[in-house]
Every structure is written in structure tokens, then in C-alpha cells.
Write a protein of this length. Structure first.
Length: 372
């Protein structure tokens, strides 16, 4: 839903009533993940997508029905081998879609979930359409239940389940035993954007910032040289830090989603920062340079005490071999390698593989949770 933040906030500013369709269950191969959203306002304007075109027409009609009646609706869309004209996913998967109407009374809960400065979980009651958002600070210190609750009051058992899923980063349908009855809810957790830290404010960094933003990262550029640490040169960076790379990295929080790209191509910067980076629990560490520079750099890192197992984590020369030459083409190659590493991709052409295009995680069956 956060990918629609700008559009939804504009609708809120205009007091627009709209229907919000959300994927609450996925099985088999499907083009969009759990939590993907599509919004339709009363004038028929559409924002977002659930399937890349396969079922959008049917979901659009369902949204108009919900707008007219005010009653939430839940429907499953799957592949039909018997009827070529049936609405379904040609990729063979199955989507469970929930649609509810959003009015100005619901805006605070929606806006709390859209705020990227907070980790949040939006909880939808799949029977009534009621929504509430559980929100904590980026550092997750409030994820034990001490955070903010925005929206319709829900049973304390539902709230506890929501906090637990926010803390673990989980999303899905849950059946919760409450004081009066069982309630079926969909909890959609939103973590803060993952971080991309780029060391060296080069022309390649300028292009990589654009690719990083496209991939959903919060991008920081760290540059020790005052003449190059110029915010105006890096309009797509979220922040530009003037500091020595190893010193900045040593004091900066990172996690298992963080990617580190060393583009300085200078041993006095590269060796200290890579010696630190390769010992951190991050998703990716890459360094720019020729094959000769890479061999020399690895020798210097060994001399600095970096072990072979740590060196094995280094992606250098950085990026996939796409044959590009410009900074923009190089940035695409780096971004492609990051995606392949994070998602376990082969980095081979799809036409040369037989693997499923979309991972098949199996059905997301509701889990039953007792109150108390």
C-alpha cells in the first residue's frame, strides 16, 4: 500500500471516498505479492494494480459494487482451464482479494500506515471492514505493545496478534478467538525502507542513487572529500554525509536488509570500510574496480586480517556482466546483482531457465489463534 502513498494522500486532501482492494492471500504463481493494493474512487479513477492486468477488470467492478453498497467484499480469483473467457490468472496462481470502502473517518488509520518514518501494521477486520493501524518508531522499541494505535478500536486479542506480527514483520490472515466471537483479520506489516549506503560520490553513485530509489531503498551517500560531498550533485539521495566511510559505517545502524556499495575505488577508503563491512550482518557488500584492482584489494584485505570466509561475501567487481559502459548502465548492473542476491535469483535469462517466474510459497492458510 505504501507504493500508493502519494496518490492516496492527494485523495485524502480532497476528501475522496474510494474502495481499497488488497491481496490478502496468494497461492501458486502470482504476479503481485501479499498486501498489494489497488484503489478506485467514486469517479472511476484507478491507482495501483493487483495482477498486472489479469483480474483488474473484475476487481474494478467489485470496487464499484463496494462503493455503491458500503459493504466489504472478499473474492478469490484463480486460473480456469475450462473456460478461456473466465476471469482468472493466466499464470495459474490464485489471489484472495478483500475490498472495503475508505471514507474520511478511515483516513487517520490509512495515513498512519503510509508514514514511512514508522514501522506499522494495518489490521483489517475481514467481516466488517473496520481498520486500525498499530504504529511504532523506526527503531521498533514500541513493538511490544507500547506504541500508538490509530483507527477503530479492536478486541485486545486482535491487537496483541497485530503487535506480534509487526514485531516479526509478518503479514497474513489470522483467525483470532475474542471475548465475543472469532474474528478473521488481515494483518499487513510495513517495515521502514531498507537502506542502501553508497560510499563515494562519483558519477556512478549519482546513477546508482536513482536505481536504489527505484528498488525502494532509503539511499545514503557517504563521501569524505568536501568538494564531492555536494547535495546538489545527488538529487536522488535521501541524505549525503561528509565523513570517512569506515568511520561513518562503524557508527551507523545496519540490518539484514542493508546493502553497501563501495564506489570510491581508492585503497585508502576501500580497505578500511570493507574491513568493517564484511563483518556486518548485511544483505550485500559490493566494491567497484577492475579485475586487477580487485585482486590487489583482496590481497590488502587479507593483510588487514579479513578472513577467506569474509572475503567470500564480497561482490567485486561489483554488478552483473551486462556489457554496459555508462554510469547509468553500470548502476542497472549493480541493482540487478543486488536483486539477484537478495531474492536468490540465478541472474540468467528467464528464457534459459525452467524455474517459476514467481516463487511458489504455497497457500497462505489462515492460522487460528486463541484469545488470552
Amino acid at each position: 500500500m505504501r507504493e500508493l502513498a502519494a496518490e492516496l494522500l492527494r485523495w485524502h486532501a480532497a476528501n475522496t471516498v474510494y474502495a481499497l482492494a488488497t491481496i490478502v492471500g496468494v497461492s501458486g504463481s502470482a504476479p503481485r505479492p501479499l498486501g498489494a493494493t489497488m484503489a478506485v474512487d467514486e469517479a472511476g479513477n484507478v491507482r495501483g494494480s493487483l495482477s498486472g492486468g489479469c483480474v483488474e477488470g473484475a476487481v474494478y467492478e467489485l470496487c464499484q459494487e463496494v462503493l455503491a453498497t458500503g459493504a466489504p467484499a472478499r473474492r478469490t480469483f484463480g486460473f480456469s482451464a475450462d473456460d478461456a473467457f473466465a476471469v482468472g490468472l493466466t499464470c495459474g496462481g490464485e489471489l484472495d482479494v478483500f475490498v472495503h470502502r475508505v471514507t474520511p473517518e478511515s483516513y487517520p488509520a490509512i495515513e498512519a500506515a503510509l508514514d514511512i518514518e514508522h514501522a506499522a501494521a494495518i489490521v483489517r477486520d475481514l467481516d466488517t471492514g473496520a481498520i486500525t493501524t498499530l504504529r511504532s518508531r523506526v527503531d521498533m522499541e514500541a513493538a511490544d505493545g507500547a506504541g500508538e494505535i490509530v483507527g477503530v478500536a479492536m478486541d485486545s486479542a486482535v491487537v496483541r496478534v497485530g503487535w506480534a506480527m509487526l514485531e516479526s514483520g509478518g503479514s497474513g490472515v489470522r483467525v483470532v478467538g475474542c471475548a465475543d466471537r472469532e474474528r478473521t483479520v488481515f494483518v499487513d506489516s510495513f517495515a521502514p525502507p531498507p537502506r542502501m549506503i553508497v560510499f563515494g560520490a562519483t558519477d556512478f553513485a549519482v546513477a546508482l542513487c536513482r536505481v536504489g530509489k527505484l528498488l525502494g531503498y532509503r539511499v545514503t551517500v557517504c563521501e569524505a572529500r568536501p568538494a564531492f560531498a555536494d547535495r546538489a550533485r545527488l538529487p536522488d539521495a535521501d541524505e549525503v554525509v561528509r565523513d570517512w566511510p569506515h568511520r561513518y559505517l562503524a557508527r551507523t545502524p545496519v540490518d539484514a536488509r542493508t546493502v553497501l556499495c563501495v564506489l570510491t575505488h581508492d585503497p585508502k577508503f576501500d580497505i578500511p570500510v570493507l574491513s568493517t563491512a564484511l563483518r556486518l550482518p548485511v544483505a550485500y557488500v559490493g566494491a567497484m574496480g577492475s579485475r586487477r584492482a580487485d585482486r590487489e584489494r583482496r590481497a590488502q584485505l587479507r593483510a588487514a586480517g579479513v578472513t577467506e570466509s569474509e572475503l567470500a561475501l564480497l561482490h567485486s567487481p561489483i554488478g552483473l556482466e551486462l556489457g554496459g559502459q555508462t554510469p547509468e548502465e553500470t548502476a542497472v548492473a549493480i541493482g540487478a546483482e543486488i536483486v539477484a542476491v537478495r531474492r536468490g535469483g540465478s541472474a540468467r535469462p528467464l528464457s534459459a531457465t525452467e524455474r517459476p517466474i514467481h516463487p511458489e510459497d504455497g497457500p497462505h492458510a489462515p492460522r487460528r489463534l486463541a484469545a488470552g
